[in-house]
Design a protein around this ligand. Structure first.
Ligand code: AVJ
Length: 330
């Protein structure tokens, strides 16, 4: 029988700790009623690749909108974050491949602005990629990639530097939390910042419901594979035996609340083993996989005010489908 200790035999202590947390969260979520998994676990090497494919598919618009903002409004955004010109640390949460931030980084370097880029990502894969490639594509950049959970790494960043902080949280990653949790997250963020520090935060906006739903229900089925990959990851890393052909992907969008949610629905009664645990599914029982919340501008401003920030700027793409807001810590 596969057990978690056997699965972990090859791992170093830090990897073991991550793996134990993953196991704990998976068992907690799949033992709950209704069942859920945390979408932060989508991003292993396979999930990173699937997300890249998703960003390139026709229906998934948020990345293109934000790329448009960063490429068309580079100077304005940089002017806002440079402010009165003090050196700063540019921290990016969930940096991914940093395609969007590269516009800002390039502009700041060209204009000889004194800053250090500190990308933070849950994927060690992503961080080693950035540490290797950015000094080549952006000569002269000061970069220190941090692999881990956002706030653990924010503390690490604060321990090595006391410069002014500008934190980027792009891609509407904030939408992966429900509204109250998102406010809690921003308050927590405020607690890691000082007065005058800034947050550059991306929000996917409410729009035609068909447009939103299509982005999470692409014809090629990449989103479906992206969701199913988490079950496969559980098989790979935790010794699970999910049969992914026995789950259906079910995406939904509610235009009233702005909540876009993904589920995996069991097509039959079944038992799944994960290490020494057995999880039972009834036919039609679902696992809640992910929320991708869509916002109104008013909601984003309210979120700033409720979490100790003042919203000072909004940048939009030409269709006004997405916004990058600048907030100052009060
Ligand atoms: C990267 C979290 C912003 O929620 O839109 C894409 C992830 N999920 N398609 C999102 C995702 C399904 C994405 N975020």
């Amino acid at each position: 029988m596969k057990n978690i200790e056997n699965m972990q035999a090859e791992l170093n202590p830090a990897e073991k700790k991550k793996s134990s947390q993953f196991y704990h969260d998976v068992i907690t979520g799949l033992s709950a009623q209704p069942k859920y998994l945390n979408s932060k676990y989508f991003y292993d090497a396979v999930g990173d690749k699937l997300f890249q494919d998703l960003m390139n598919c026709d229906e998934y618009y948020p990345t293109n909108c934000e790329l448009e903002i960063f490429s068309e409004k580079t100077a304005e955004i940089c002017r806002a974050i440079i402010a009165d010109g003090d050196a700063f640390d540019l921290i990016e949460l969930g940096a991914g491949d940093a395609t969007k931030s590269a516009y800002l980084l390039g502009y700041l370097l060209e204009n000889k602005v004194d800053f250090t880029y500190l990308p933070i990502d849950i994927s060690d894969n992503v961080i080693s990629y950035l540490n290797i490639t950015l000094p080549v594509t952006l000569p002269g950049i000061k970069i220190k990639g941090l692999n881990g959970e956002y706030f653990d790494m924010m503390e690490k960043a604060a321990a090595v530097s006391n410069k002014r902080k500008v934190v980027m949280f792009l891609g509407s990653n904030i939408g992966n939390l429900n509204y109250e949790d998102a406010v809690g997250f921003c308050r927590n963020m405020r607690g890691h910042l000082s007065q005058g520090d800034m947050l550059l935060i991306g929000f996917d906006l409410k729009k035609n419901p068909k447009t939103v739903l299509a982005a999470y229900n692409d014809k090629e089925g990449i989103t479906k594979r992206f969701n199913l990959n988490l079950l496969e990851r559980i098989n790979r890393e935790l010794g699970g035996n999910f049969d992914v052909t026995k789950f259906e992907h079910y995406p939904t969008y509610d235009p009233e609340s702005g909540a876009c949610k993904s589920y995996l629905v069991s097509i039959c009664d079944q038992e799944v083993n994960i290490g020494s645990q057995t999880i039972r599914f009834l036919k039609d029982e679902y696992i809640f996989m992910e929320i991708s919340q869509k916002f109104s501008i008013g909601q984003t401003d309210e979120m700033a005010n409720r979490s100790g920030f003042k919203p000072v700027d909004h940048f939009f793409d030409s269709r006004k489908w997405f916004t990058d807001a600048i907030w100052i810590a009060e």
